[in-house]
Design a protein around this ligand. Sequence first.
Ligand SMILES: Nc1ncnc2c1ncn2[C@@H]1O[C@H](COP(=O)(O)OP(=O)(O)O)[C@@H](O)[C@H]1O
Ligand SMILES: [Mg+2]
Length: 374
Amino acid sequence: MSFVQTLQLRNFRSYETVRMEDVHSGLIVLCGPNGAGKTNVLEAVSLLTPGRGLRSAANEEIQKKDANQAWAIASNVETGGANVQIGTGLDVSANKRAVRINGVPAKTQMALSDYMSCIWLTPQMDRLFLDTAGGRRRFFDKLIFAFDSGHAGRVTRYENAMAQRSKLLREEKNDDVWLKSLESQMAETGVAIAAARLDFVVRLQRACDMAPQNEENFFPKAYLALSGTVEELLARTPALEVEEMFAYQLRQSRAKDAETGGAATGPHKGDLLVRFAAKDMPADQCSTGEQKALLIGIILAHARLMRSERGMPPVLLLDEVAAHLDEDRRAALFDLLQDLGGQVWMTGTDESLFSAARKRAQFWGVNRGEITKK
Ligand SMILES: Nc1ncnc2c1ncn2[C@@H]1O[C@H](COP(=O)(O)OP(=O)(O)O)[C@@H](O)[C@H]1O
Ligand SMILES: [Mg+2]
C-alpha cells in the first residue's frame, strides 16, 4: 500500500514552510476555518502524482505571493514496505515543474505514477453531472490513468495532433500529406483511447455492482455508459475498420472543422453517462445530495477495483466531503473508507462532522499557515 508519511511544503500557496510528520496510513482529517489552507494541503498531495493537481493550477498560481524562493514539496512515501523520497517544485530556469525521486531528477512527471496514485473529490465536482461533457470525460479518463498511465500519453498525443490539424485548417494550408498524417495519428490514438474507455467502463461497472450491501444503503449504485461516435462504433466493429472510418470522417469534415475549430466527432467529444440504478434516473435529474452520493459510490468502486487488481487502493483526497452528508451517511462513509484500507485525506471546518471517525482518524488542525497534530 502506498501512503504519504511526511509532507513538507515551501513557498507553496499560503505556506512559507510547514512539515507534517508521522502521517498515518488510514483516515486523516484536516480541520480549520475557511481559508486556513486545508485544500492547499490536499493540492500538495495531489502533486505527488503526474499532472497539474487537484486545482489544475499553473505554477504562477501555486507560487506563494511575495516569496523569493521557488515553491517545493518534499515527501516520504511508503510504497509497500519501501520508502521513497519524492520531491517536486518549480524549476525556475526551465519554468516548469520538476520531479526528483530519491534525489535523482526524473525525466518526466510520469515517473511519479510508479509510486503513488491519487483520486480526489472537490466541492467543484458537485456539479459534475450538471456541467459539460468535458468535465465528466476528464474525470473518467483520470480514473483510467490510475490503472494505466499510458492512457495519459494517448490523450495528449491525440490532442496535440488535433491542435496541429486545427492550426493547418485555420491557416488554410491545404497540405494534404500533412493533414492526412495528422488525421491518421488522431484515428490511431483516438481508437486506442476509446478502446481503453470501453474496457474500463465494464470493469468499473462490475466493481459498482459488487458493492457491499451496507454501501448501497447509503451510496446508491450507478449504471455507467459511454457516449461518443468512436466508442459506439468500436463496440460492434473491429478496431482497424473503426480507425479507417474515423480517418475518413475527419477527411470529410475538414471544411466544417476549419470554421468551427477542433473536429466534428471523436473521443474528445465522448461523455460518461451515469444513472441512479434503483430509480433508473439520469444523474443530472437527481437531488444534489443524491448526486454527491452517486459520485462517492463511483469513487469507492474505483478504489475497490484498484485494490483487487493492483493490491492497493489509491490515496483518496476528499475535500469538504462530510459537509453535505447526513450523520448516518457520514458514519457509513468512514466505515467504508476504513474497510478499503488505504490513506484517505479529508477536510472540514467543523471537527464535529468527523465525530464518528474520532477513534480511527488522525486529526490535524490547520490555521494561519501552521499544521499541528491534535
Ligand atoms: N499563491 C498563493 N500565495 C499566497 N496565498 C495563497 C496563494 N494561493 C492561495 N492562497 C491563500 O490560501 C488560502 C486558501 O487556502 P485553502 O486551502 O483554499 O483554504 P481552506 O482551508 O478553506 O481549504 C487563501 O487565503 C488564499 O488567499
Ligand atoms: Mg477548502
